[in-house]
Design a protein around this ligand. Structure first.
Ligand code: IPE
Ligand code: IPE
Ligand code: MG
Length: 255
């Protein structure tokens, strides 16, 4: 089929472009800092856990929106390595929700062809939750419509430090020369090594910071910040972020 005869869709700026060009603008890898659950609950005079529960529903909507849009990988920040600073009650509530959702959502993951991946150090949540999580990872390993990477007890500086430690240890053993330690060597030891390059990073709730999330991976990602609180983030909000991404011009240092 020639370009001239291919179907056209209206572009965001009102001009017309081929669907081929439009499809190229779908990010392969989207990451989300899902922030604002506490404020969502506060505004409704509800306990924080109600916000986290509503937030978990928003994850399922984002996952569906990512599948529908043809995104390859969605990485969500569910619990940071700094979130242990929260009250014991809140941490325990979050663990309870994870336990509930990892069981309930397995059927949805299978139905939608979603492969579950974990990044971070989720072992700190204990054996029971870890067993359930690993079960879902194992059961969904051959799904190939979307990879859903859930960051649990994740911290980007810790992840980079671990890669540096491993490379130092290999160098000390004489397995590699220090000169071989380059960007690719580090990237190859990050937990995201088998995921596509990060294209789009979204943060909800009006905060404009990365909070130790995917610092290395975001080097050339497009950043989208929205005031929407995470529990209110729906398919339309997800698609709006994709539209914003499509309007961006990525240059990677070129002109
Ligand atoms: C994000 O919502 C969820 C987690 C960090 C687990 P918050 O709980 O941070 O919500 P706010 O920022 O207090 O509103
Ligand atoms: C970042 O949100 C972590 C997650 C969304 C899991 P926080 O609410 O913990 O971030 P800060 O403390 O406002 O930077
Ligand atoms: Mg927060």
């Amino acid at each position: 089929m020639t370009v001239a005869s291919s179907p056209v869709v209206p572009a965001v700026d009102g001009s017309r472009q081929s669907t081929v060009a439009a499809e190229n603008k779908v990010p392969r890898h989207v990451a989300i800092i899902m922030d604002g659950n506490g404020r969502w609950a506060e505004r409704r005079h509800l306990p924080r856990v109600a916000g986290h529960r509503a937030g978990a529903e928003a994850v399922r909507r984002a996952m569906q929106a990512a599948v529908d849009a043809g995104v390859e990988c969605l990485t969500v920040y569910a619990f940071s390595s700094e979130n242990w600073r929260r009250s014991e009650e809140e941490v325990s509530d979050l663990k309870g929700l994870m336990r509930f959702y990892v069981e309930r959502e397995l059927a949805t993951l299978q139905k939608e062809g979603v492969r579950l991946r974990l990044i971070g150090e989720p072992g700190k949540f204990g054996n029971e939750l870890m067993t359930k999580l690993q079960h879902s990872v194992e059961e969904t390993r051959n799904n190939n419509r979307l990879t859903l990477a859930v960051a649990l007890n994740y911290g980007s500086q810790g992840e980079i430090a671990a890669a540096a430690r491993e490379l130092a240890s290999r160098a000390a053993k004489g397995e590699i020369a220090p000169e071989q330690i380059d960007e690719a060597a580090i990237a190859g030891l990050l937990q995201t090594r088998d995921l596509p390059p990060l294209d789009l990073l979204i943060r909800t709730s009006g905060e404009v910071r990365l909070s130790n999330f995917l610092l290395w991976q975001a080097a050339y990602a497009e950043l989208v910040f929205t005031d929407t609180l995470w529990p209110d983030f729906d398919e339309a909000a997800f698609n709006e972020a994709l539209a914003e991404y499509a309007r961006r011009q990525r240059r990677f240092g070129g002109r």
